[in-house]
Design a binder for this molecule. Structure first.
Ligand code: F6P
Length: 374
């Protein structure tokens, strides 16, 4: 019987609980034994009460809960070899031979690293007398890893969407609707920073969904019309914003992805944009940072669905995995569940950041999903 550990790692995202629930229940249905690893990789390193066997009832009600009930952490200890040695020890002590990790690219890379080091870690545990061979013979060469992408940022390549992104988008839109009503009353401008790290998906989708006037994205630094404006995006933005007012708009809404940059890779900050709107356009401008409100609250229906179908697929991927096949990442492409090599997806994801750092913005846009760049 496969013993499957499930953990959530990195920044929480709504839908992670639904993923844990699906993994636990399908594992039980398929005759496996599910375990919750609490507090992300910290739970693996620490072991003891942080690794708990899951029954059917333990995940009751999980579908509609925000955050991650089993906890998450950005574990510094797991990043060290000694930490991963402890993780291997605790897994073997519990007989866990498969791990489903729900997190972002850093968390999934950590899982793959554990897998690649696995045989060496087990050998070391035996050689140093921490384990006896009989305890781990059947686990020695065979650690199964499956990745589920849980992140509000929707920044992972090889999947159209990540668990939690739509809930976060929904929360951002609700907040922007509230800002719009007060802005309307005063004919004000609002500059709003949204999360997403170096991925502009949340910012772009929110801008379209609420009808913002301008959006700053890391993948497409302004000015959009370099031929006309050179490096002077302030001119381009001001021209467009004043035009919208002339056409009848009572408000101005500017959205900034937190990782937004100009063409020289300098960060674009809300206070600076506010100062431009104040001084050059005379707008009565306020800055709002939505902060972690964007990451909280109950998952929307789509994230419950996505996390559930992907959680089911994660267990199926565990059951069909062999030591030879690379660790899979469960994704979604054109509304179909996919299971491609995890490290290929991570590599592609890093290529976007690299393209941005080299000012190859066209490549960065091309590497993002087609829907994003259109
Ligand atoms: O990756 C998810 C995310 O919410 C990013 O959008 C944001 O930059 C970061 O995590 C915030 O991290 P923390 O919760 O550690 O402040």
């Amino acid at each position: 019987r496969k013993k499957i550990g499930v953990l959530t790692s990195g920044g929480d995202s709504s839908g992670m609980n639904a993923a844990v629930r699906a993994v636990a229940r399908i594992a039980l249905q398929r005759g496996c034994v599910p375990f919750a690893i609490h507090e992300g990789y910290e739970g693996l390193v620490e072991g003891g009460a942080l690794i708990r066997r899951l029954g059917w009832d333990d995940v009751r009600g999980y579908l509609s809960l925000g955050g991650t009930v089993i906890g998450t952490a950005r574990s510094a200890r797991f990043r060290t070899r000694e930490g991963r040695l402890l993780a291997a020890f605790n897994m073997i002590k519990n007989g866990i031979d498969a791990l489903v990790v729900c997190g972002g690219d850093g968390s999934l890379t950590g899982a793959d690293l554990l897998r690649s080091e696995w045989t060496g870690l087990v050998d070391e545990l035996i050689e140093t007398g921490r384990l006896v061979t009989s305890e781990c013979q059947h686990l020695r060469t065979n650690l199964t890893i499956v990745g589920l992408v849980g992140s509000i940022d929707n920044d992972m390549s090889s999947t159209d969407i990540t668990i939690g992104a739509y809930t976060s988008l929904h929360r951002i839109c609700e907040s922007l609707d509230s800002l719009t009503s007060t802005a309307m009353s005063h004919q004000r401008a609002f500059v709003v920073e949204v999360m997403g790290r170096h991925c502009g998906w949340l910012a772009l989708m929110a801008a379209i969904s609420v009808g913002a006037d301008w959006v700053f994205l890391p993948e497409r630094p302004p000015p959009l019309d370099s031929a006309k404006y050179g490096a002077n995006w302030e001119d381009e933005m001001c021209e467009r914003l004043s035009q919208n007012r002339k056409l009848g708009s009572r408000i101005t809404l500017v959205i900034i992805c937190e990782g937004a940059i100009d063409q020289n890779l300098n960060p674009i900050k809300p206070d600076y944009v506010k100062s431009v709107l104040d001084s050059r356009l005379g707008f009565d401008t306020r800055v709002t940072n939505l902060g972690h409100v964007q990451r909280g609250g109950a998952p929307c229906a789509y994230d419950r669905y996505l996390a559930t179908v992907q959680g089911v697929e994660a267990v199926e991927a565990v059951l069909r995995s062999t030591p030879e096949t690379p660790a899979p990442m469960i994704g979604m492409s054109q509304h179909r569940i996919t299971a491609g090599p995890l490290m290929d997806a991570v590599k592609l994801t890093h290529e976007v950041a690299e393209a941005i750092s080299k000012k190859d913005f066209k490549k960065a846009m091309d590497l993002r999903d087609p829907d994003f760049t259109r």
